[in-house]
Design a protein around this ligand. Structure first.
Ligand code: KG4
Ligand code: ZN
Length: 364
């Protein structure tokens, strides 16, 4: 398999259906490796899932079926390109909710077959990991902190297809913990923005644990923090508005401190593994990267350790198809193409060689 990037331009259609966003996008990868975003269409299904307090897989899959064709047509119209100008089709093939993945992958394969185009099965985590190549032209290697509703990982991104997982979560994802905190405190879904907003009126004076702090491996654990929050909330019932604000502020502070500590440790491991002359760049992606307190904490850690902090714009940090199209283009340029028998995969670790985190549950 060739690994040297091909010196020609590609336009790639990307499709994302792994969770509750239906998305289609087009990017051009220029011969010099630079990326240009040509169209980016995302429909969140938030309203369909809100009353259940979380994503319902069957509802999500059905909504993807209903929306996807239209969104692809919208993306094409936005790019002002015709089908003849497209060089490849990429779809998220995992990890994610299997029903939705099958919708996106089958659509992409059908297009590839009908148009005689190469198909690329994209790992959703790889798509997040490669985004700074599109947004900032950032060269490899770099350290990635991915914090969303479904993932909490610290990864060394060495090259396309070459990742070392330094840390993962033993239980809940960080965004999921924010969502559960919000639900517990009656703040609605998705919880992250609601907790952040409410925390502005609170004092971070309630003692909550910071699980895993100071551990040599930069793993995360959120279950203990969530339980402690429940206990502190129960102690204060009936909860007044100030109690809720104080609980939010204290929870957010614990989360920020945990993220700082784990990222600091990952920076040490990054330099140990790649050597002191490796590019010092920390990329943060995922919905939780929108949190101002967590951003500020990461900016401090980055500055203290001489790392540049690279934050893709929020719409490319959360789930989208531009990152999928870009990952597809990066793979296509290296002749990393899949055949039409490539499966959809509910689980698909980026670093299959990573030792299982001790105590980890299904999300590790
Ligand atoms: O990346 P994303 O849009 O979707 C995936 O989960 O893949 O991330 C959504 C998650 C939700 O759990 C949401 O509560 C969290 O990101 N989130 C936040 C904030 N905005 C979104 N968490 C904390 N503070 C925020 N401002
Ligand atoms: Zn994601």
């Amino acid at each position: 398999m060739a690994t040297t990037p091909e010196k020609r331009e590609f336009v790639v259609l990307g499709i994302e259906t792994s969770c509750d966003e239906t998305a289609a996008a087009l990017v051009r990868r220029e011969a010099n490796g630079k990326g240009v975003l040509l169209a980016n269409v995302v429909r969140s299904q938030l309203a369909l899932h809100a009353e259940f307090g979380g994503v319902v897989p069957e509802i999500a899959a059905r909504a993807h079926v209903e929306l996807l064709d239209r969104l692809i047509a919208e993306a094409l119209a936005e790019s002002r390109l015709g089908w003849d100008e497209i060089d490849g089709v990429a779809a998220t093939a995992g990890p994610g909710l299997i029903g939705g993945l099958i919708v996106g992958v089958t659509t992409a394969k059908a297009i590839a077959l009908a148009r005689g185009l190469p198909f690329v099965a994209v790992n959703h985590l790889e798509a997040h990991a490669l985004t700074p190549g599109l947004t900032h032209g950032l060269p490899f290697p770099y350290l990635l902190l991915l914090v969303s509703g479904g993932h909490t990982q610290l990864l060394i991104v060495k090259e396309v297809g070459s990742y070392t997982r330094l840390g993962t979560t033993l239980d809940d994802a960080l965004g999921e913990a924010f969502d559960k905190a919000a639900k517990l405190l009656g703040l609605g879904f998705p919880g992250g923005p609601a907790v952040e907003e409410c925390a502005k009126r609170g004092r971070a004076t309630i003692a909550l644990p910071r699980p895993m702090l100071g551990r040599p491996e930069p793993h995360f654990s959120l279950a203990g923090l969530k339980t402690a929050l429940r206990h502190e909330a129960m102690k204060r019932e009936p909860l007044g508005a100030q109690d809720v604000a104080d609980l939010c502020a204290s929870f957010q502070e614990a989360a920020a401190e945990m993220v700082s500590d784990r990222t600091r440790r990952a920076m040490e491991l990054y330099l140990e593994q790649l050597g002191p002359d490796a590019q010092k760049a920390l990329v943060v992606a995922g919905g939780v990267a929108a949190n101002q307190r967590i951003r500020a904490a990461l900016a401090t850690v980055a500055a203290e350790n001489g790392f540049a902090l690279v934050l893709p714009p929020p719409e490319l940090c959360t789930d989208n198809a531009a990152m999928v199209a870009w990952a597809g283009a990066e793979r296509l340029a290296r002749l990393l193409v899949d055949d039409l028998a490539a499966p959809s995969r509910a689980r698909w670790p980026l670093d299959p060689g990573a030792a299982p985190a001790i105590g980890a549950g299904v999300k590790a």
